[in-house]
Design a protein around this ligand. Structure first.
Ligand code: ADP
Ligand code: ASP
Ligand code: MG
Length: 412
């Protein structure tokens, strides 16, 4: 008997049948004597639909109103799941993020959780209720509702598990766990039994959206062991946990692709101290997350600077960089969204050389041009044309020996 936090993603609660099935799984846990807190995402593509709806009204909706709108999705699925549990005879109650005591900063659309007051959740649990919490949302210091960024329900679940010191935090999704690459792109990707927090953090922030990267950061900080598993089967999933010694035996654990970045190139930038600080200071001030940066010094005291930003920050980036570029005398600005960032990740890279070389060689064999490179202790990332991303991921997965073996003939 213990306390379990279970999070169900959008596809797991996509329609009334799915919601009833999820309710059934929660009932199984209750019957085993566990106390259960459930975090839900919005049904299916609801969040995307709400964003599209807003853009039919205006191109520039305010972030606060977008949060008012988007946060409704999780309240719908939470209420419906609670009704399904009632229909099965269970005591259950649904709560919004603010009702559940989730406090965030005021950065609408990408708010960070500052703290959780789990008093109300604990009270309902003591009364024997299943507590259903709307994921992806919390309350700002001025008592407004804020959302946590796309995929944010994962973070809600981990934060609640940490605050309640839960025995287990299970993230139910539409694939059987964390794979060596997106199983929808790489048919021979392997399901991993376990993965270190640091590897998962890199993969998640480099495009593997199976977990939101902030949820992994939170899990690592508070030592919450995560289990990622399918809500459509009962197969064991993947454990995301503290690194143990034999994890370094594998050099590359996974390959990821991020197709939602844009490359910005500033040409003819004065090559003088303080210019980069001014340009990137403005971007930071506007809350833009700059990723890869490359500078080439050219003749006549001028340089070219290229960097990448998430696609969702492009409108802001364009505004800020036009103004800042003019002020420092940049000659030309171009934006290119036909790019993808491909990465190989593994804690075993710390003790091995030659990973970058092997990656470049595999891409060269396909005739793929590399536009930018960045590395850390446990990853190598390259920027290439978006149309070549899937081919590159499949080839790298094979080159690093990650492909699942073919089944021998006669075996099914
Ligand atoms: P949910 O709605 O349950 O939060 P998401 O769509 O956010 O689900 O994340 C699950 C998806 O992540 C999978 O359907 C899969 O296509 C994708 N994905 C990308 N990389 C990986 C990976 N390395 N392992 C598993 N899934 C991955
Ligand atoms: N519904 C939100 C989204 O689509 C949050 C989540 O699913 O985690 O991003
Ligand atoms: Mg998700």
């Amino acid at each position: 008997m213990g306390l379990i936090v279970q999070k169900f993603g959008g596809s797991s609660v996509a329609n009334p049948e799915c919601i009833r099935r999820v309710a059934g799984r929660i009932m199984d846990m209750k019957r085993k004597g566990h106390a259960v807190v459930v975090v839900v995402s919005a049904m299916g593509d609801t969040t995307d639909d709400l964003i599209r709806l807003a853009h039919r009204i205006t191109n520039a909706p305010s972030d606060r109103e977008m949060d008012m709108l988007m946060s409704t999705g999780e309240q719908v699925s939470g209420a419906l799941l609670t009704m399904a549990l009632h229909a099965m005879g269970a005591d259950a109650v649904s709560l919004t993020g603010p009702q559940a005591g989730i406090f965030t900063d005021a950065m609408h659309r990408k708010a960070k959780i500052l703290g959780i007051n789990p008093k109300r959740i604990s009270r309902h649990l003591r009364d024997g209720h299943v507590v259903i919490v709307a994921g992806f949302q919390g309350q700002t210091p001025s008592k407004d509702i804020a959302t946590l960024g796309r995929g944010g329900s994962d973070t809600t679940a981990v934060a609640i598990a940490a605050a309640l010191k839960a025995d287990r935090c299970q993230i139910f999704t539409d694939v059987a766990g964390v794979y060596s690459a997106d199983p929808r792109i790489v048919k021979r990707a392997r399901k991993l039994d376990e993965i270190a927090y640091d590897e998962m953090l890199e993969l998640a922030s480099l495009g593997a959206k199976v977990l939101m990267s902030r949820s992994v950061e939170y899990a690592k900080k508070y030592g919450v062991e995560l289990e990622v598993l399918s809500s459509f089967s009962h197969a064991p999933g993947t454990l995301v946990k503290e690194e143990v010694k034999n994890m370094e035996d594998v050099v590359v654990r996974g390959v990821s692709a991020d197709k939602e970045e844009t490359k910005v190139t500033l040409s003819g930038v004065p090559d003088k101290p303080g210019i980069a600080a001014r340009l990137f200071g403005r971007l930071a001030g506007a809350g833009v997350n700059v990723d890869m940066i490359v500078q080439n010094t050219s003749a006549h005291g001028l340089a070219d600077i290229s960097f990448t930003v998430p696609a969702e920050d492009v409108v802001k980036t364009r505004q800020v960089i036009r103004a800042a570029g003019e002020a420092v005398g940049v000659k030309d600005i171009t934006l290119d969204d036909d790019i993808a960032k491909i990465s190989v990740v593994g804690v075993g890279m710390r003790g091995h050389s030659g990973v970058a070389f092997q990656m470049f060689k595999a891409l060269a064999a396909l005739g793929i041009n590399i536009e930018m490179i960045s590395t850390s202790e446990i990853k190598v990332s390259v920027l290439i044309k978006k149309s070549l991303a899937d081919r590159a991921v499949i080839a790298l997965h094979k080159a690093f020996g990650l492909d699942r073996r073919r089944r021998s003939p006669g075996r099914r």
